[in-house]
Design a protein around this ligand. Structure first.
Ligand code: GLC
Length: 419
């Protein structure tokens, strides 16, 4: 069991003693980058406002590990955690364990969020969770190094990226042996599913399973996308990239040891911190095209109230507070967490801190969903089969074509008579 941190601000403690109906709500939130700190601060503001207490349940970094842990809690109908932070691909898997927020949250409050994200949180008419922040894959680059090596702008295609990364890496490695051209998420987990979906879509190879539930991965463009990513390993990306998650890639880029990085928006805020070696030298661009389009995978997190919570009313109030505009604004400014409330993309303070929220707005609105909608409760198996096939190509065990053909069979077996 992960440790549970009690969080009681002084004023909340005073308020509690004078508030007979005060309750303690346990909130499970993530701990990647600044997540835990910002989660604690937001929860403390709600505690102060309401006189209730919040306990923070610190979740593992990898989304796969979080899911495993949460599924155990929910299967046991445990009331230990009242509010869960849910990945955008989970509502279909976990909907039965969550309170339907429809009717419990005013429609105007729900409608302030991007419709696509509300749709992703709606399963058979049930509103499983309220969106907290959204994510889309981005290309980070070193503005100083692009200039040093004579490049005028960020790469538009993967071929251009490989050429630029190679040149910069060769030059930088003369004085820094650990310098890498391009770092990304190559470990076999949900993060690799996100990166690889971007490659496949950018090559015109589809979305693994289409919106009607048809398996589409067995095609030449998808195979080409995977082969091209495999060709980066030991040329522009270190062999170790096949063990990297988000934080590993960020660590290397932020230490000044990479020219390019694929990551989510949160890496921006940390890269601009005082202790970052690349502060003031970071550019953000759409991920390159493989000939078809630029593609960013849609990520993001929501807050849902457990059916087994003994404090549902307070838990719903906490969710509404954290997912509300005031909190989303603070998180955007302090942590570059993308709001799910559309109007915040016009907020001057938010844009001043995160100029790319404005300049790359279309990247966020056209982000590509993983096939969790059509594959419903089987999404996790689909994603694991996909990332394993991709991993086989990256590790040189299979060529792209053989891997997508085998994956086609694996997915057909998972699908069985239907998703
Ligand atoms: C980010 C995304 C999430 C995704 C995960 C993969 O946290 O927001 O949707 O599943 O990365 O590592």
């Amino acid at each position: 069991m992960k440790k549970v941190i009690a969080l009681v601000s002084l004023s909340a403690a005073i308020a509690v003693s004078s508030n007979a109906s005060a309750v303690t709500v346990t909130l499970a939130c993530g701990a990647v980058g600044q997540e835990l700190q910002l989660c604690k601060e937001g929860a403390a503001r709600w505690a102060k406002k309401t006189g209730n207490d919040v306990k923070i349940f610190e979740s593992p970094n990898l989304t796969n590990d979080r899911l495993g842990l949460y599924q155990q809690q929910l299967a046991a109908k445990s009331s230990d955690i009242d509010v869960y932070q849910l990945d955008v691909v989970w509502p279909g898997l976990l909907s039965q364990h969550f309170v339907d927020l429809k009717g419990k949250v005013p429609a105007a409050e729900v409608n302030a969020h991007f419709k696509g994200i509300i749709d992703a949180n709606t399963v058979n008419g049930k509103l499983v969770a309220l969106p907290w922040f959204t994510d889309a894959g981005l290309l980070y680059y070193r503005t100083d190094l692009l200039q040093k090596y004579g490049f005028k702008s960020a790469p538009k295609t993967w071929t251009e990226l490989a050429l630029m990364a190679k040149k910069i890496q060769a030059g930088e490695q003369k004085t820094n042996k650990s310098f890498a051209g391009y770092v990304w998420q190559g470990k076999n987990y949900e993060g690799l599913t996100c990166d690889a979906l971007e490659w496949v879509v950018s090559f015109g190879g589809g979305t693994i399973v289409d919106s009607t539930g048809k398996i589409t991965i067995n095609n030449a463009q998808a195979a080409k996308a995977l082969d091209s990513a495999a060709s980066w390993i030991k040329s522009i990306s270190p062999a170790g990239v096949t063990t990297y998650d988000e934080e590993a890639a960020r660590g290397i880029f932020q230490a000044g040891n990479a020219a390019f990085m694929r990551n989510w928006p949160y890496a921006w805020a940390l890269g601009q911190n005082a202790d970052s070696k690349v502060k003031g030298k970071i550019g953000v661009a759409p991920l390159p095209s493989g000939g078809s389009r630029n593609a960013a995978t849609l990520g993001g997190w929501q807050l849902g109230v457990s059916q087994y919570s003994k404090n549902q009313a307070a838990a719903i109030d906490l969710v509404r507070y954290l997912a509300g505009p005031q909190e989303q604004k603070i998180r955007a400014i302090e942590g570059a967490y993308n709001p799910t409330i559309q109007s915040l993309y016009k907020d001057k303070d938010v844009l001043a801190k995160n100029p790319f929220f404005g300049s790359l707005y279309s990247v966020f609105t056209s982000a590509v969903a993983r096939p969790s909608g059509p594959t419903k409760g089987k999404y996790n198996q689909v994603s694991q089969a996909f990332s394993s096939a991709v991993s086989d190509v990256l590790n040189g065990k299979m060529k792209g074509q053989a891997a997508v053909a085998k994956l086609n069979g694996d997915l057909a077996r998972i699908k069985g008579r239907g998703w």
